[in-house]
Design a protein around this ligand. Structure first.
Ligand SMILES: NC(=O)c1ccc[n+]([C@@H]2O[C@H](COP(=O)([O-])OP(=O)(O)OC[C@H]3O[C@@H](n4cnc5c(N)ncnc54)[C@H](OP(=O)(O)O)[C@@H]3O)[C@@H](O)[C@H]2O)c1
Length: 254
């Protein structure tokens, strides 16, 4: 039956940046579809998603750590394997944003953005990919890109560069790993109402300009990407490789 292809029963997942926002919605959706889900965030008090997942009846843990710290990447993969026995699904969702005019964009903001939003995606995918390849099992890697993987944005040069890189990395990894049964895909969310976009939503002019351009007529909600995430992490998408799926209320079609 087709709906069985969307089931994640017996699968073990890690979702980075799942203490809140889009990552929390993705982690809970994967658990509702049957997966055990390891959660991560930067701050020590980000356990709420993990507690919700346990209430759904799945295994979960919470590991805090800064995504710009290279020691975190092997620690996250090792903890997932230690707690669940394997890593079958990796969702690279953690991300941050720093806004400043390009002419004054601080070097330390650039370095942090590239580390958190792009380097972490490569290293975590590499480590999870090694584990999947060594075990010879199928796997799913889902990267959270952005409409700024396609557009340049305003005041966010490092973010646009990193998210453009995430889209290209998704294709590069898919080209190498598709034949090994590992699907590498991405979701490019549009403008979603999370902490990441608070500054935009609080700026009356930018907020109005953005809303007017969204054909769906509203900002996205975290739950709006849950269905796409479950699809791309399930066997229903086994023949989908290197795809960047836009979930944006129609923004890019405009
Ligand atoms: N919201 C949008 O409109 C939108 C659009 C396109 C793409 N995206 C992308 O979607 C992903 C999630 O965004 P969101 O809107 O859900 O953001 P959010 O609500 O700000 O949540 C960000 C998550 O990432 C974690 N995180 C941020 N910086 C980190 C760091 N340096 N080290 C470790 N963890 C860190 C946060 O942990 P703490 O809670 O501990 O801080 C939190 O769990 C990001 O990759 C973002 O670029 C968002």
């Amino acid at each position: 039956m087709i709906l069985e292809a969307f089931q994640l029963k017996g699968k073990n997942a890690l979702v980075t940046g799942s203490s809140r926002g889009l990552g929390a919605a993705i982690a809970i959706a994967l658990a509702q579809a049957g997966a055990n889900v390891g959660c991560h965030g930067r701050s020590a008090d980000g356990k709420a998603t993990s507690e919700t997942i346990r209430r759904v009846g799945r295994k979960s843990f919470y590991l805090a750590g800064d995504m710009s710290d290279p020691k975190l990447y092997p620690a996250l993969i090792a903890r997932t394997v230690e707690e669940f026995g394997s890593i079958d699904i990796l969702v690279n969702n953690a991300g941050t944003i720093r806004r400043a005019p390009a002419a004054e964009y601080p070097q330390d903001c650039w370095d942090e953005l590239i580390a958190v939003n792009l380097t972490s995606v490569f290293r975590l995918s590499q480590l999870a990919g090694q584990d999947m390849l060594n075990r010879g099992t199928k796997g799913k890697i889902l990267n959270i890109a952005s409409v700024l993987s396609f557009q340049g944005g305003i005041l966010v040069p490092a973010y646009a560069a990193a998210k453009g890189g995430v889209a290209q990395l998704t294709k590069a990894l898919a080209n190498e790993w598709a034949s090994k049964g590992i699907n590498v895909n991405a979701i490019a969310p549009g403008y979603m109402a999370t902490d990441n976009t608070t500054a935009l939503r609080q700026d009356p002019q930018r907020s109005r300009q953005i809303l007017e351009r969204i054909p769906a007529g509203r900002w996205g909600r975290p739950d709006d990407i849950a269905g796409a995430a479950v699809f791309l992490c399930s066997s229903a998408s086994d023949y989908v490789h290197g795809h960047v799926m836009v979930v944006d209320g129609g923004w890019l079609g405009r």
